[in-house]
Design a protein around this ligand. Structure first.
Ligand SMILES: [Zn+2]
Length: 408
């Protein structure tokens, strides 16, 4: 299976990346053969360049595309000069890149709200290194939209004057999310939301999910591959979604609204707690070991290492906040999808509804209200999201929303 197979419904982008990977490979091969006349890899005729920006709506597969490209750049398959080009998916270069262990590929995925100057300086320093394997030094920045302005300026210098074998792959939801100075120096690729049918197809083919379930979750998540897979494979995610889709029936009176709001907040907190339980203890243990906490001393840390431990704890706290916010955001997305379906039913639209499995609830809400109220409710969810972005206390923002969702 070639690395491009994971890119669902993105034919044009795939073509461009495959062509770039081919030129990049030709460049490396020529340089290795001592071809002194080898043009610069970003030369006018080359489809390869040093900085790329992958944009597209959540779930369109920005990070997947960037990782596939990184793998193709590291492909060492003896067949890569043949038809399909680099990116076989099997060789050591492809495989280690895809699983995240290639020495010359740094994948930066943050669970924090922002990426600061210090982290970016470290990355830029790393980007200056020559690739250990002799091909490319690839840095994948999955959340380029979270760079602070200071961090963006640090990155700008690196993107402007890249080391000869360094490639930056930046990902962001849209062009507007990236500093203009940076995006003007990147080659931009825009991914589209894949069709539900394309998503269902990949779930069946790659993840071995039953066709019927695959079709249902693909529709429910409206082309978001990651969420569709999670919904198909994670019982807890399905239960959570069912609860969210029942919420519109529970907001008949103020008491019900406040209760529903509290439950949404609790569910998000529960998600954060679960992530913390899975990751925090292990991280803490690893850091203790690295700092030299001796087993025989009751695990006491040596002098002068408290700062590092404190730094880890702060990071874990910020991650918990982020997880909580993401979880809440997902619930809001599901609610919006629900009311969009209600509106489609009310207007007699022929659009296929996303939440076909909640048809009874949809019908009840649709027949008990008017399209104008449905629109108002969709706006209330949007307002809640904006309030959360402005750091309004989550419970307050969600309560204001559930009260606005009340019948009438
Ligand atoms: Zn390969």
């Amino acid at each position: 299976m070639a690395v491009w197979d994971d890119l669902v419904g993105q034919d044009r982008v795939t073509e461009q990346l495959a062509a770039a990977a081919r030129d990049a490979d030709a460049f490396v091969t020529a340089a290795a053969a001592g071809g002194s006349g080898a043009a610069e890899s970003g030369g006018a005729a080359s489809k390869m360049t040093h900085a790329w920006l992958f944009t597209g709506p959540p779930g369109s597969g920005r990070a997947t595309a960037a990782r596939a490209f990184a793998a193709a750049l590291q492909c060492v398959s003896p067949d890569r000069a043949l038809g399909a080009g680099p990116g076989c998916g099997f060789c050591d270069g492809c495989h280690t890149t895809l699983v995240g262990t290639h020495a010359d590929v740094e994948i930066v995925r943050t669970d924090l709200l922002s990426i600061g100057v210090k982290e970016t300086r470290d990355l830029v320093r790393r980007a200056q290194l020559s690739p250990a394997g002799g091909r490319w030094q690839v840095i994948v920045l999955e959340d380029a939209d979270r760079l602070t302005e200071g961090a963006g300026n640090v990155l700008l210098k690196a993107v402007e004057e890249p080391a000869p074998r360094t490639v930056w792959l930046l990902c962001a939801p849209s062009l507007e999310d990236v500093l203009p100075t940076i995006r003007s120096r990147c080659r931009s690729l825009t991914l589209r939301t894949p069709s539900a049918a394309a998503v269902a197809d990949v779930l069946v083919r790659r993840d071995g999910i039953e066709p019927e379930l695959a079709a249902q979750v693909a529709r429910a998540t409206q082309g978001h591959i990651g969420r569709a897979r999670r919904l198909a494979t994670d019982e807890r995610a399905r239960t959570r979604r069912e609860a969210v889709l029942k919420l519109p029936l529970r907001v008949a009176d103020v008491g019900g609204c406040l209760k529903a709001a509290q439950e949404l907040i609790d569910a998000a907190a529960e998600d954060a707690k679960q992530v913390a339980e899975e990751v925090d203890a292990k991280e803490t243990e690893e850091l203790r070991a690295a700092l030299g906490a001796a087993a025989g001393t009751g695990g006491r840390l040596p002098r002068g290492t408290a700062g590092a431990m404190k730094e880890l704890q702060d990071r874990q706290k910020r991650r918990a906040t982020r997880t909580q916010r993401d979880s809440l955001d997902l619930a809001l997305t599901e609610l919006t999808g629900f009311y969009r379906d209600v509106l489609a039913i009310q207007l007699g639209s022929r659009v296929e509804i996303a939440n076909a499995d909640a048809r009874d609830t949809l019908q009840r809400v649709a027949s008990g209200s008017r399209p104008e109220s449905t629109l108002r409710r969709i706006e209330a969810i949007g307002a809640c999201r904006q309030a959360l972005d402005r750091n309004v206390a989550p419970l307050l923002a969600v309560e204001a929303m559930t009260v606005a969702l009340r019948a009438g």
